[in-house]
Design a binder for this molecule. Structure first.
Ligand code: GLU
Length: 494
């Protein structure tokens, strides 16, 4: 048997460090066993998937040195490797399950589902919706069918009892069927859900080992049942520990930058980031902290993964990055890296149109544009002195701006401006008074290249990280304050 592993990222938003972490372990496991590592794009959520996001997933994984043997961009014998291009297959498999009596068409409306769930809760049941809950009288089904009402295809699931799930790291886990719902397999738009597409593709792509994040443990019973329904062998499962913030919560962009692009822009070396992700739950036999991808591949053993939640600590990463910079790069190599990183002509050409008109001498350039090549800026409370907005009003304005920017789908000048204008109007502020503190958060000074252009050039991750940092510098937003702010933010129609 040839070992075949895969990652299956969804191309929605920024490339997540968690995706690179899971990719790294899948790659190492495949190589260790002389197997193949596959990249499959799970883009069945058509409203959220974008080609840009897919491209940055490819680029950032490659930047980190993680290469795949088969995938949408490199081809392979088991394609297509984009789920949207396999759409028609999934329907057939869902219908096959109906024919076998393992799935059913469900004409329940969203309102009815809410009611059914509320009913269960009211009666004190702690269980998922089961097929019998969803059943409708035959005449109503016939009526809805005749009207061409939308339907989904759901799988049958046992009402009670236990199911054993074998995991390469965790041994056998016992899960409760009562908590497993009659999962939707095919949505009303004809697109499969993750569960159906994942099982069908893992089977058709002959995946032998599924190494994925532990957040998928609760889905394993459904997957196991689907494999049984189809009569297919299930790949071995291995649920890797989730990356965590220093406060042990699940790594989230609200607390820590999670996008690979942020770390790239901060000037972390790909070797160091890959090395650091390799340290997440795994260790070298000699416990050394600094190792290359090749050394990790040479020494890989999945059983050396420990299950305690690995903490993704940016300070530790910086320390490791420093080691790489000092110990592994010659001065010449460092010069090349700096050029490739920020001092390349593509980057300069974005900055110069804004800088040139403000320059008298060449030496004006660095003070004017230095913030484009900086990380988190050394601002303090004092930086905001003399601004119109102060105290809670200032924090609120920055927090609203941040939330708005976190939900921006396309990052370009006009979109950023429109978004910021809405916040400013919503808060009944003069644009000037609202933009001034943003300026400081983004560039460190009150007068600089336009803040909107600056954010456009800096990109979403660094812009958001700097605003988040400014909020922290100004005292931060505690839990209670956050709740009140959220309410006010939503009240503005956001
Ligand atoms: N699309 C899922 C994700 O991005 C894949 C999970 C899996 O590996 O099964 O997390």
């Amino acid at each position: 048997m040839t070992v075949r592993t895969r990652i299956a990222p969804s191309p929605t938003g920024d490339p997540h460090v968690g995706t690179a972490y899971i990719a790294l372990f899948n790659l190492c496991f495949a190589r260790k066993h002389g197997g193949k590592f596959i990249l499959r794009i799970e883009d069945t959520d058509q409203t959220r998937s974008t080609v840009e996001s897919e491209q940055v997933i490819f680029d950032s994984l490659r930047w980190m040195g993680l290469e795949w043997d088969e995938g949408p961009d490199v081809g392979g014998d088991f394609g297509p490797y984009r789920q949207s291009e396999r759409k028609d297959d999934y329907r057939q498999y869902a219908e096959l399950l109906i024919d076998k009596g393992h799935a059913f068409r469900c004409y329940r409306t969203p309102e009815e589902l809410t009611e059914l769930r509320a009913g269960l809760k009211e009666q004190g049941y702690n269980r998922a919706l089961k097929p019998f809950d969803l059943e409708l009288p035959a005449d109503i089904v016939a009526e809805r069918k005749a009207q061409g009402a939308p339907f989904v295809i759901r799988m049958n699931v046992p009402e009670e009892g236990k199911v054993d799930i074998d995991d390469m790291l965790r041994g056998t886990m016992e899960l409760d069927w009562a908590l497993v719902d009659a999962q939707i397999l095919l949505k009303s738009d004809g697109m499969p859900t993750y569960h159906l597409a994942n099982v069908v593709d893992d089977h058709l792509m002959q995946i032998t080992h599924v190494l994925r994040g532990e957040e998928w443990i609760n889905s394993a019973p459904k997957h196991k049942l689907l494999y049984q329904y189809f009569g297919w062998d299930m790949p071995e499962l291995c649920h890797l520990p989730l990356l965590r913030n220093p406060d042990k919560s699940k790594l989230s962009k609200r607390k820590n930058p999670t996008s690979i692009l942020y770390y790239q822009r901060m000037g972390y070396l790909p070797e160091a980031l890959t090395n650091y992700l390799g340290r997440m739950g795994w260790s070298m036999p000699d416990e050394s902290e600094k190792f290359s991808l090749q050394q990790m591949l040479d020494n890989f053993d999945i059983q050396r993964v420990s299950l305690g939640g690995p903490i993704f600590d940016v300070e530790k990463l910086s320390w490791l990055n420093g080691l790489w910079i000092r110990e592994d790069l010659s001065e010449q190599e460092l010069a090349t890296r700096l050029q490739e990183w920020a001092f390349n002509s593509e980057n300069l050409m974005k900055i110069l149109p804004h800088a040139q008109k403000r320059m008298e001498t060449l030496s004006d350039f660095a003070p004017l544009a230095g913030f484009f090549a900086s990380g988190i800026l050394p601002i303090t409370n004092k930086s905001f002195e003399g601004e119109k907005l102060q105290g809670d009003d200032l924090i609120r304005a920055l927090q609203f701006a941040l939330w708005k920017l976190e939900n921006l789908r396309t990052w370009d000048r006009d979109e950023i401006f429109a978004a910021m204008k809405t916040v400013s109007d919503g808060l009944d502020l003069k644009v000037k008074d609202f933009f001034a503190p943003l300026f400081i958060a983004i560039s460190g000074t009150a007068a600089s290249i336009s803040v909107i252009d600056s954010m456009d050039i800096l990109g979403p991750d660094m812009s958001r990280a700097r605003i988040r940092h400014a909020i922290d510098v100004l005292g931060g937003v505690g839990k209670k304050k956050q709740k009140a702010l959220e309410k006010a933010y939503l009240a503005l129609g956001n």
